[in-house]
Design a protein around this ligand. Structure first.
Ligand SMILES: [Zn+2]
Length: 254
């Protein structure tokens, strides 16, 4: 399958993925990022936090962990073939949809000029298999990103200091939301599945499962089977699509 999303429009051929923690994108959308790269798109990751809280090991300091996780994200990015990985460096666990975060994301949008931007669902789901879940950093990253896309990155009078820094306004053409309860866009990642597994495994410090268990988890999440391992049941992202492996999104057009 060839991705053909308005490829003649300005900005198509470039995508940006904004997320809270190193490894979020590998769980949610690295197959799609890899697919875009395979079709000659420039893909940039923007990581909002420094990942400094994600360990149960008392002997590792936040500063040490942050350094390890940055390197893991860079390694994962090399496996996928990303153009760039940007670290905004906000403290892990305390992310807010602040004006500061919104401006920092708007700056990256103006700098990299993506046609398509991928980000987390900006709300807490109270229903279904993930009821009540939702890391506050993920919610904040989603909200700040959508606010950066519209209107901050687009309007020259918003954050005028960005203009002074040399970053001209940029209008993102569409946003794909990861984790929406009713997705309407399914990307066939079957050809990229193995690469997405390897990219996830690059986040070694975050793995409580062995390599085979991680692979199995991704097969369940992104495959086409229906599972009944919770009260609500669970369907792989590719279920009912005719695809072997898929990632799903809510597609917003601007
Ligand atoms: Zn996360």
């Amino acid at each position: 399958m060839t991705l053909d999303f308005g490829s003649n429009e300005e900005g198509y051929g470039k995508a940006m993925v904004v997320f809270a923690h190193p490894d979020d994108a590998e769980w949610g959308c690295s197959g799609t990022a890899s697919k875009l790269v395979s079709e000659k798109w420039d893909v940039t990751y923007v990581v909002c936090t420094d990942g400094s809280k994600g360990t149960s090991k008392r002997e590792i300091s936040s500063a040490q962990l942050s350094k390890i996780r940055q390197q893991e994200q860079i390694n994962a990015g090399k496996i996928i073939g990303l153009k760039d990985v940007v670290f905004l460096g906000y403290p892990d666990g305390y992310l807010e949809p602040s004006l500061s975060l919104r401006k920092d994301i708007a700056r990256e949008i103006r700098k990299h000029k993506p046609g398509i931007l991928i980000c987390p669902y900006p709300m807490r789901s109270l229903d279904g298999p993930y009821q009540g879940s939702g890391h506050p950093d993920h919610i904040a990253a989603g909200e700040a990103t959508l606010s950066a896309v519209f209107p901050s990155a687009r309007d020259h009078l918003t954050f005028p200091e960005l203009l002074q820094e040399g970053f001209e306004p940029w209008a993102v053409k569409e946003v794909w939301i990861v984790g929406h309860p009713a997705p309407d866009l399914f990307i066939d990642i079957s050809s990229e599945f193995e690469k997405s597994v390897l990219a996830l495994l690059a986040h070694k410090s975050q793995m409580s499962m062995n390599d085979d268990e991680v692979r199995q988890r991704l097969i369940e999440w992104k495959g086409n089977k229906s599972h009944n391992n919770s009260n609500f049941g669970f369907k792989g992202r590719a279920h009912g699509t005719g695809m072997k492996y898929a990632e799903s999104f809510k597609r917003l057009r601007y």
